[in-house]
Ligand binder design. Structure first.
Ligand code: ELE
Length: 337
C-alpha cells in the first residue's frame, strides 16, 4: 500500500473555551475559542498531509454549528457527511497552566447534539462510501450508549467494506466516571475491528488481563503482544511517552509494535510549548500517513513523532502540520526565508 487515503473520522467536535495566555479560567473577562475533537483533529492532520478526509459528526442547527462547519472546511475536511440537528454544541473549558501548575479541562458536553443522535440515524453504508480508512477513538463510546453503538456499527461496516480502522483508546476518566467495567467491554468490542491501535500499556490493561512492572516500555511491549494474540486483525499498536519537567518543557518518545517487531523513536525535546492539546492526534495522523505510504515502521514512527512535536508549536486543537513543517523542524533553522 503506497497511496493517499480516502479517510473518514467519526466523533464529536466541540467548542473549546480557553483562558487567554497563562491566565486562570475567567481571571479576565475573556475566553478564546477553538473547535476540536480527537477524531476531527486526526482527520484535519491527514488533510494537511494531502489525504482526502471527511468528518462524520452531528452539529447543532445554529450559528455555532455553522461556524464549526466553516472551520472544519477551512481545515481541508469534506463536511458533506455532517448531520445538522436540534440540540446543543458540546463545550470544554481549558486553562493551559504554567510551570508546575498543570493544564486543566472542564467538560460541558452532556446532552450534545452528537451524543443524542440515535444510533440507527447514521447511514454507515452512505457515510463510508468510497472510504479506505476510518479513524475512531474511545472518547465516542464514553459519551453514552448511543454513540458507543454507532462507533461499533461504523467500525464493523468499515471492515466489511474493506477499509482499515484505526482506534485511539484516548481513555478519559472524567468521561467514563465510575463505569470502568462498561468501558472495558466496549473498548474490547471495538478493538476486534481495529487494524491500528493507539494505546498505552495502561489503556490496554483496561481491555486485557495484564501484569505491569511499572517499566513503561517493557509494559507496552508485553501489552502489545497480548493485543496481537487477542485481536486477529490488529497489525500495529503505537504509543507515545511524555516526560514532563513542567507544562512547557517536556520530552517525547514513541514506540510502534508490529507483528514482525518493534520500532522506537525519540527523544524529541520540547521547550516553550505553545499548545499541548492535539499532540497525540497529530501523532496518530502522522503514523496513519506513514503506514498508508508504505514507509518502514521506523521511518513512519519517527515522522509521526516529529509531527506531534511540531503540533506543540501551533495553537489550536486541529492538526495543520504539513510535510514541509516536518522537514523544516528537522533542519532547525531559526528563520525561513
Ligand atoms: O474529546 C475529548 O475529550 C478530547 O479530549 C479531545 C481532545 O481535544 C483531543 O483528543 C486531544 O488529545 P491529545 O491529542 O492527546 O492532546
Amino acid at each position: 500500500m503506497s497511496r493517499y487515503l480516502n479517510a473518514a473520522a467519526f466523533g464529536e467536535v466541540m467548542l473549546r473555551l480557553s483562558a487567554p495566555g497563562r491566565e486562570a479560567l475567567l481571571h479576565s473577562h475573556r475566553l478564546e475559542t477553538w473547535f476540536g475533537g480527537a477524531e476531527a483533529n486526526v482527520a484535519a492532520g491527514l488533510a494537511a498531509l494531502g489525504h482526502r478526509a471527511r468528518i462524520i459528526t452531528a452539529l447543532p442547527e445554529n450559528a455555532i454549528g455553522d461556524a464549526c462547519t466553516g472551520e472544519l472546511r477551512r481545515s481541508g475536511l469534506d463536511t458533506s457527511h455532517i448531520t445538522r440537528t436540534a440540540g446543543r454544541m458540546g463545550l470544554y473549558f481549558h486553562t493551559s497552566g504554567a510551570m508546575q501548575r498543570p493544564a486543566e479541562i472542564i467538560y460541558d458536553r452532556a446532552g450534545s447534539a452528537f451524543s443524542q443522535m440515535p444510533p440507527g440515524a447514521w447511514d454507515w453504508k452512505a457515510a463510508l462510501d468510497g472510504v479506505d480508512w476510518l479513524h475512531l477513538s474511545g472518547i465516542t463510546p464514553a459519551l453514552g450508549a448511543g454513540p458507543a453503538q454507532a462507533a461499533l456499527d461504523a467500525a464493523r461496516t468499515a471492515r466489511e467494506l474493506g477499509a482499515s480502522v484505526s482506534f485511539d483508546v484516548n481513555y478519559r476518566p472524567m468521561l467514563w466516571g465510575g463505569r470502568e467495567k462498561e468501558a472495558s467491554s466496549i473498548l474490547a468490542a471495538l478493538a476486534t475491528h481495529v487494524t491500528v491501535l493507539f494505546a498505552s500499556a495502561g489503556d490496554l490493561a483496561r481491555i486485557l488481563p495484564l501484569d505491569q512492572t511499572g517499566e513503561p516500555e517493557a509494559d507496552f511491549d508485553n501489552a502489545a503482544a497480548a493485543a496481537f494474540a487477542r485481536f486477529d486483525g490488529l497489525q500495529h499498536v503505537a504509543t507515545t511517552f511524555r516526560q514532563s519537567r513542567g507544562t512547557l518543557d517536556q520530552t517525547l518518545h514513541a514506540r510502534l509494535a508490529s507483528r514482525s517487531g518493534t520500532a522506537s523513536a525519540g527523544p524529541e525535546s520540547l521547550a516553550g510549548i505553545v499548545e499541548r492539546i492535539g499532540g497525540g492526534d497529530a501523532f496518530a495522523a502522522g503514523l496513519i500517513d506513514g503506514l498508508a505510504h508504505g514507509l518502514d515502521p521506523q521511518t513512519a514512527l519517527a515522522d509521526a513523532l516529529t509531527a506531534m512535536a511540531v503540533k506543540h508549536s501551533m495553537p489550536g486543537d486541529m492538526c495543520t502540520v504539513r510535510r514541509s513543517d516536518i522537514a523544516a523542524w528537522r533542519e532547525g533553522r531559526d528563520l525561513k526565508r
